[in-house]
Ligand binder design. Structure first.
Ligand code: MEV
Length: 368
């Protein structure tokens, strides 16, 4: 762990032009109870107060029975773009009519996944543009692939490349891009929590609950606020993903696209009044893996999974979502009451103090 879980030789094999390693603090999120199971959350983040705030909110949520998580099947989407199609309607009909044949070929390109109980399950074809329009006849085919415990990017990209020629032949078009979509709408987590008023703020609980609901409404009514609201959620989500060497950029891209899927950009988590307290709910796509990728070679990421107590991608997704919802609750509670700066700056002060001390120690060492 002291090395941050990686040696330079391994780094050199992971990416190009390596000149060293770069460390971040590795912390533990406390008090999390998810689907009646206690969990320690590994969190890697540079920002002060996120871990403390998440742990504090998780303690309040625990008082209401903990987080409830519903994790979908791990279905990723691979996209194949088809161009120069003379009759897009007919192309879509023919593609769907030959779905079984396409899936059979796709399964040949994902044998190890099929052996593990996953693999391509279905397709969908959509018209993006028609002949005569500036982009000509363009169709996209989605291949839905169950990737089990993998993040799945490489697996679905291989499948997309493997079937693209057949799709072009069936549609009478030519092959364009073949790549996963980071908007993993079929690989989602719905996370919710209920907090009794008194767990929010003792006697002032009802007042604080209403202030949090009003803060949540602000994000529903205003995109500028929604962006910050969602950023606070991603503080928690990304910290868990970073600790397990997951591709947090893909989850970020998916989360924000999902937040805008109905036209306007929306808050991912929304808080309302529930029986006897506050109720919060959030759904977001979470394409995360516990096998393959950088995780294989990263000792700290492997340790993070041991800390979590699970090797299942579904559990990791639930934990990331719980961290996100906890961070959101903590932020809204602070913002709607004393303001963010008091608690945040107290912890920030520790850094400044620590940095000054390090500087002054170094100064003294130089001049004995
Ligand atoms: C800071 O990293 C996150 C917050 O701005 C989130 C929010 O405003 O909800 C505090």
């Amino acid at each position: 762990m002291e090395s941050g879980g990686l040696d330079t030789a391994t780094c050199d094999q992971m990416i190009e032009n390596v000149i060293g390693r770069y460390s971040l603090p590795f912390a533990v999120g406390l008090n999390f109870r998810i689907n009646d199971r206690d969990m320690l959350l590994p969190m890697v983040i540079e920002e002060p107060s996120v871990v403390a705030a998440a742990s504090n909110a998780a303690r309040m949520i625990r008082a209401g029975g903990g987080f409830k998580a519903e994790v979908s099947a791990p279905i990723m989407i691979a996209q194949v773009q088809l161009l120069d199609i003379a009759d897009p309607e007919q192309a879509c009909r023919q593609l769907m009519a030959r779905e079984a044949e396409i899936i059979a070929l796709a399964r040949e390109h994902s044998e190890s996944l099929v052996r593990r109980g996953g693999g391509p399950v279905s397709i969908e074809a959509r018209i993006l543009s028609r002949p005569g329009q500036p982009d000509g006849g363009m169709v996209v085919v989605h291949l839905h692939v169950d990737v089990r415990d993998a993040m799945g990017a490489n697996l679905v990209n291989t499948v997309a490349e493997g079937v693209a020629e057949l799709l072009a032949e069936i549609s009478g078009g030519t092959v364009g891009l073949r790549i996963l979509s980071n908007l993993a709408t079929q690989r989602t987590v719905k996370i919710s929590a209920s907090i009794p008023d008194e767990a929010l703020a003792g006697q002032d609980g009802a007042k604080v609950r209403d202030a949090i609901i009003s803060a949540s409404r602000f994000a529903e009514l205003d995109t500028y606020r929604a962006a910050t609201h969602n950023k606070g959620i991603m503080n928690g989500v990304d910290a868990v993903l970073m600790s397990t060497a997951n591709d947090w950029r893909s989850v970020e891209a998916g989360a924000h696209a999902y937040a805008a899927k109905d036209g306007g950009y929306r808050p991912l988590a929304v808080w309302s009044a529930g029986p006897g307290g506050l109720y919060g709910e959030m759904t977001l796509p979470l394409a995360v893996g516990t096998v393959g990728g950088s995780l294989q070679v990263h000792a700290a990421a492997k340790f993070a999974l041991r800390l979590l107590g699970s090797e299942s991608a579904a559990d990791l997704a639930a934990a990331s979502a719980a961290a996100g919802l906890a961070c959101n609750l903590a932020a809204l509670r602070a913002l709607a009451t004393e303001g963010i700066q008091r608690g945040h700056m107290a912890l920030h002060g520790r850094i400044v103090e620590g940095a000054n001390k390090t500087r002054s120690d170094a100064h003294h060492e130089e001049r004995p």
